[in-house]
Design a protein around this ligand. Sequence first.
Ligand code: PEP
Ligand code: MG
Length: 593
Amino acid sequence: MKDPRLLQGIGVSPGTAIGPAYIVPWGLPDVPHRVVSKKDVPGEIERLQAAIAAIKERLEELRDHAAERAGHSESKIFDAQILMLEDTEFIGGVQRLIKENQLSAERAFEFKVLELRALWAQSESQMLRQRRADLSGIGIRVLQRLMGQSIEDVLGPRGGAPAILFTRELTPGLTVEFSREHVAGFASAEGTSTSHAAILAHSLGIPCVMGLVQGLESVRPHGMVILDGTVGTILTDPTPEEIAEAELEAERRRQLDRELASVAAQPAVTVDGVKVSLRSNVDLPEEVGPALENGAEGVGLLRTEFLVVGRTELPSEDEQAEYFSDIARRFEGAPVVIRTYDLGGDKFPAAFRPPREANPFLGWRAIRVCLDEPEIFRTQARAILRARLHGNVQLMLPLITQVEELERARELVAESAEALQREGIEAAPDVPIGVMVETPAAAMLADELAQGSDFLSVGSNDLTQYTLAVDRGNARLADRFTPLHPAVVRLLKRIVDAGGRAGLDVSMCGEMAADPRAALLLVGLGYRALSVSPLRLPLARWLVRQFDHTVAESIAAEVLEMATTREVVDRLTAGVAGLVDVDLLPAGLVARG
Ligand code: PEP
Ligand code: MG
């Protein structure tokens, strides 16, 4: 039976923390409904502007503080919040509510924050969800200020023995509000590994668990807890034996970390000499630094949606060209695979009014949007062609289901290159174009798609979702969502073979590449390029160096004959046993059966 003291979340910053729980009431304050008389409207607007100016100043201080403690790129997280406070549509909306509805400044600001939060909450996009915490961060601070509360009133004394901070939503500011001596770990109900606060906690080296959807209320103020940021658990009221056991396990993990660090500068080559290229997925600009530090041999997937979510307008060609060029330069000739917008669901700029859809995952998203709205695609294609002057930039098309989509996208890229030349704008004459194979349709047409592509890259997250008809984000179906289902495994084989016949680079950029059992399978199936999130690179490198590729091949051949997920998982588990202690790995890395 499950231990009711054990809460399961997502480990977003590794390590073990043992200490008393400190519950921080960090949330939007209760704002009384208050209307003001017409003559008081200008005064309310002034109060709003003064509060915004003060909070911007405070965020700038926190940014400098984060730069000292966590690094320059991480500190930019605060720029995202400052930008929100400068967003004319957002702030203009608050001012309109004050003027037209005669609401008090705090009521109007709260209204706008809640409206945006509700909109973003429905999003399937992890990126938009992570920006909700940024929005809450500014919402909390501005409202506190308008209501005359000080941060000291809310947080209480910030001293004492290192505690584990529990909060509903960990905002970037709260992460750096406490100094290192007073905080041993962070735990929050909301958030995922790409939340800005998670990135900051990781850079600060503070263990953190997010996504604690259930049981947070059972945490007693000041009661002892063990937080495990590697597997994503919280144990409340531990016994002295459990504390001793946790300390021991923490030591075993540190040992594994030391082993991983010892090969950090070595190439990812199997014991029998097969080279596997290890690349990084990059979702947010702050991840470029950690990707480089962990030795990424390029970017296997640059998700460009962060440029869009939470904004009112699509970014300009110049802004995109600058962002892509900067990354291209930093990777010095290694491939940087830029995926064109995977817009869909709520992943649209606020000014863009997409149709409401009953099934957004099966709806107007990704390449379908780009081809129906070619201006959106052309802008990205032009930015990518310009950035190619600065490095090995490549263009990747998401959610392809038809050969015609690839052909049309190619035409648009060629037209964009001609237009740039005509306009005398410096840009590369062409760019390698690859297909993201993430639908069963694309897997079945892999040979034909390979004919018109310069590379293939597999998105196992969507490929699994569409093959198994299991929503990737539905927690109730989490046990059914596995890329180690035999049907997915056979498609993976089909894709890598098709790419091989066409002589193309075939990479895996879905989450499965980070799972040791899946990595063994992928190497055995013939994948020679894996792209994982920056923090997963050390483990991936260490693992590849443990594999023997002929053994991996024979395991993969056995697995291809299997009919059930259980058999596949058992065989691969046996395959990695002895190489790595799977109990020490982060939850979510170990494939379910
Ligand atoms: C995938 O589908 O596996 C993938 C890498 O793309 P995303 O997770 O962004 O949909
Ligand atoms: Mg996908």
